[in-house]
Ligand binder design. Structure first.
Ligand code: PEP
Ligand code: MG
Length: 879
């Protein structure tokens, strides 16, 4: 067995070796190859840290010998020695993960400084104070990082000295003060460790490398990895590089620059620098850096070289770079280069410009943009803020909202309509809350998950929503909202970020949506590339129009129950549900029919020439009645109120009895969808008539209606066979009545596991399938859409039992497997079967990639997600 190699001189690496050398190591090695000036050094590979961790912290055989050999080579190349009292070599020891984890792991600077070398360093720099300052900084950093001495131990000593000397700032301390401080710091270290710091600089190096290995395992790094989906087993590389000093007088400097403006994407000089300073001075904000352009006057040579290097690096990486540099005594060194983090607007501008400059192809540019960034641009977002959230819930509908807390829908409706900015805060939302939601800036709920009513409705309207914020509690009597320990009154202002799930007390600044020409151009490229169609879920004319504006190619799901829930419809709907006999029910349905027809007309008009899938009524009937508890209380109230009219009491009791009769233990698994339709065929008959009449009316006005009828919650082929017969008989009747015909395909939702398994049988009666992945997740995984996220699922997510919320991102192996099975079996019986998805997953980029792999025909999502879906579909095709 050949022994594993762990050490790489910079000259041995390049950009392709990121997995082994980490981002920083590979980047610096590549810079060296490109002729960009970098400090010399070597990289301990990620494999060394992985093997050390696997070995319970013991270094693998050969690693130390290789390190010493690399050190010797570095000493030869630089003509310096670690610990050499004449020509001392000082090095930095830095972490370097494969995926950047800024600030999460540890760094040690100035290693090699000691009693033996400090004088030589001062002599060389012509500045003894600088040498002693570097020494005390090293002692503190080494003590903290390597030996675990608490930071305050050194800070206290420093503060005491400053107080004693009457020094306001560190820089007011003299060389002698610093010399004395070094002695004090040594005592501090000895007191905490029980022994001296190693006098042997090689031993100090070994321990420093080891400390960086260990910092991969520190808690904050672990939290960061989990939050960013970085695997725990990658390990970190360690970069050992010769120190260069930006704090060696007025011909030295340190700075950071971007090759383009990371806020706007504009191709212009962007960066800052500080003369006579170290990187940490910039970070700590002790001194205010100067704009990069001013460097031309003070360090002209280094400045000119820096501009050239920026060009070299951007053309090599073909992307905007974020660069750290140091000038030591007029000589420029690059310390790091990486793809620059940028705002969403800048990401689009840079992508578009790079394509126009001929640097990237459109396909490459599409691959560089995060779909989530597009999402940011479609909604108001929070500006920069340093606030800690008061609590957080599920990021249920993106965008940010600021408004006064309102705890009931009626008040929200009244105040919202009066033009006031309100945020509707509820335990959970019900259909009754629609009116308040419509005019609120955003919605916050304590209960409910990603597919809860509040979330689905808010996404459909493009309203920010944080759902399932279990930390909040609402006192409707006192009109207060408690968030943890804080109590807010109705009227106090809060801010929601539906893109992150964060909730803040008070008003934060909002940045408005930014759909501009860059956005349109990039999404336009996506349309040329993608295979999957993109439709929208919309239930009314304005939403359908909005969806079309966003590029939807039709409606994949029109939920007709939302029309039943409108306030002005509820009385007629309730009359229908509470009807004593068929005749009474027929009368009530006659009342509803024109309302439905008007809704359908508006949608068909807005989507003229494009397919519109209208789903027949889905939810169980009790959802349209008041809650059981509310009605029981109402009966009690009437009973206790003197002078209640007996008729009122009788009505209230009858309603209560009807609610009890209709309420089921598991309504989600109860009399809904096709089951309800087969039990009460007069309901789908009314809906089908309304659909046909709407289509004819719209056609008469010159539009081109392309309607499709969809049956929900089918499990048995026989259900669909019978339902189709009802639909077709009703349609024939309407065609006869109108004296003309329409082509109206009939299809079904596939949203139950049984339906996926017998999809071939069901396909005999279906012109199309639309996978209802919300219910398919609920029934396939066996978890409640309304409760799971508030209960065990958040624990599962926190503790990595499941990788993602299966209601947001499709559970590939399980529910994805059911979709695959349903698609295969459906097509086996009917090769021309059209296959879509209309669950919430239809707007989720990771899920869209799965649907692309499964060869579905289209996805359907809320109007505001349509551009992201178009873009994600293109990325999925390119993959
Ligand atoms: C589904 O179940 O995925 C679906 C789209 O239907 P709904 O969310 O209305 O149950
Ligand atoms: Mg469903």
């Amino acid at each position: 067995m050949t022994q594993q190699r762990y050490l790489y001189d910079l000259a041995d690496g390049d950009a392709s070796m990121k997995a082994l050398l980490g981002g920083k190591g590979a980047g610096v090695a590549q810079m060296l190859r490109l002729g960009v000036p970098v400090p010399d050094g070597f990289t301990v590979s990620t494999a060394a840290s992985v093997d050390t961790t696997a070995n319970d912290g013991e270094w693998p055989a050969g690693l130390w010998e290789e390190t010493l050999a690399a050190l010797t080579r570095l000493e030869e190349r630089t003509g310096r020695g670690l610990g050499d009292p004449e020509r001392p070599l000082l090095v930095s020891v830095r972490s370097g993960a494969v995926v950047s984890m800024p600030g999460m792991m540890d760094t040690i600077l100035n290693l090699g400084i000691s009693d033996a070398t400090v004088e030589a360093l001062g002599r060389e720099a012509g500045d003894p104070r600088f040498a002693w300052d570097s020494y005390r900084r090293f002692l503190q950093m080494y003590g903290e990082v390597v030996e675990g001495v608490p930071a305050h131990a050194y800070e206290d000593a420093l503060t005491a000295m400053k107080r004693d000397r009457g020094a306001a700032q560190d820089t007011d301390l003299s060389t002698d003060d610093l010399r004395e401080l070094v002695e004090v710091f040594k005592i501090v270290s000895r007191t905490h460790i029980g022994s001296d710091l190693p006098a042997d600089p090689q031993e100090a190096l070994r321990r420093a490398i080891d400390a960086v290995f260990r910092s991969w395992l520190n808690p904050r790094a672990g939290v960061y990895r989990r939050a960013n989906g970085i695997p725990d087993d990658l390990g970190t590389a360690v970069n050992v590089m010769q120190m260069v000093f930006g704090n060696r007088g007025e011909t030295s400097a340190t700075g950071v620059c971007f090759t383009r403006n990371p806020a706007t994407g504009a191709k212009e000089l962007y960066g800052e620098f500080l003369l006579n300073a170290q990187g940490e001075d910039v970070v700590a904000g002790i001194r205010t850096p100067r704009p990069l352009a001013e460097m031309e006057a003070v360090l002209p040579q280094a400045y000119a070289q820096l501009l050239e290097v920026m060009g070299t690096l951007e053309s090599y990486y073909r992307d905007m770079q974020d660069i750290e540099f140091t000038v030591e005594d007029t000589v420029l060194y690059l310390l790091q280069t990486r793809a620059g983090k940028r705002t969403a607007a800048a990401a689009l501008k840079v992508a578009r410009d790079l394509v126009e400059e001929g640097v990237l192809t459109r396909e490459e540019a599409i691959g560089r943009i995060e779909p989530a960034q597009l999402d940011q641009l479609l909604h108001p977002a929070l500006g920069d803020h340093g606030q800690t959230p008061a609590t957080r819930g599920l990021a249920a509908s993106p965008g940010a909202a600021v408004g006064e807390v309102v705890l009931d829908s009626d008040t929200a409706e009244r105040r919202g309509k009066a033009g006031e900015a309100v945020v509707l805060v509820r335990w959970e939302t019900t259909p009754d809350d629609i009116a308040g939601t419509l005019v609120a800036q955003g919605v916050l709920t304590a209960h409910g998950g990603m597919t809860s009513h509040a979330a689905v409705v808010a996404r459909g309207m493009g309203k920010p929503c944080v759902a399932g914020a279990s930390d909040i509690s609402i006192d409707t009597d006192a009109k207060t909202l408690r968030i943890g320990d804080v109590t807010l009154a109705e009227g106090d202002v809060i801010t929601l970020d539906g893109s992150t799930g964060e909730v803040f007390a008070g008003a934060l600044e909002l940045v408005p949506p930014q759909i501009n020409a860059d956005f349109a151009a990039v999404v336009g490229w996506a349309d040329e590339v993608r295979r999957l169609g993109v439709r929208a879920n919309a239930d009314n004319g304005p939403d359908a129009a909005k969806a079309r504006e966003f590029g939807a190619e039709g409606i994949g799901l029109c939920r007709t129950e939302h029309m039943f829930m409108e306030q002005d419809r509820l009385p007629a709907v309730r009359k229908m549900i509470l009807a004593g006999d068929d005749a009474e029910r027929a009368t009530a349905l006659e009342e509803i029919l024109p309302m439905q027809q008007a809704d359908f007309e508006a949608i068909l008009e807005a989507m003229s020439g494009l397919p519109v899938t209208i789903r027949l009524l889905d939810p169980p009937l009790h959802e349209f009645l008041p809650s059981l508890v509310d009605q029981a209380l109402e009966v009690q109230r009437l009973e206790l109120t003197e002078g209640t009219h007996p008729t009122d009491l009788r009505h209230a009791r009858a309603l209560l009895a009807q609610i009890k009769k209709l309420t089921e233990q598991n309504p989600m698994l109860g009399t809904r969808g096709v089951r309800l339709a087969l039990l009460h065929p007069e309901i789908p008959q009314m809906q089908v008539r309304a659909i046909a009449r709407a289509a004819f009316a719209v056609a008469d006005r010159g539009s081109d209606p392309r309607v499709e009828i969809m049956v929900p919650l089918v499990a048995y082929a026989e259900e669909l066979r019978r339902m189709r017969a009802i639909i077709e008989t009703t349609l024939e009747d309407e065609f006869d009545r109108a004296g003309r015909r329409l082509e109206i395909p009939v299809g079904t939702m596939i949203e139950l596991p049984r339906a996926a398994v017998v999809a071939d049988q069901i396909a005999e009666h279906a012109d199309f399938f639309s996978f209802g992945t919300n219910d398919l997740t609920q029934t396939g995984v066996g978890i409640s859409r309304d409760d799971a996220e508030g209960a065990f699922l958040s624990h599962y997510l926190d503790s990595d039992v499941v990788p993602d919320n299966p209601f947001s991102t499709i559970d590939v192996d399980g529910v994805g497997g059911l979709v695959e099975l349903g698609a295969e079996r459906g097509r086996s019986a009917r090769p021309d079967l059209k296959l879509g998805v209309c669950g919430e997953h239809g707007g989720d980029p990771a899920s869209i990639a799965v649907f692309e792999r499964l060869g579905l025909d289209y996805v359907s999502c809320s109007p505001y997600r349509v551009p992201i879906a178009r873009f994600a579909a293109a990325q999925a095709t390119l993959e």
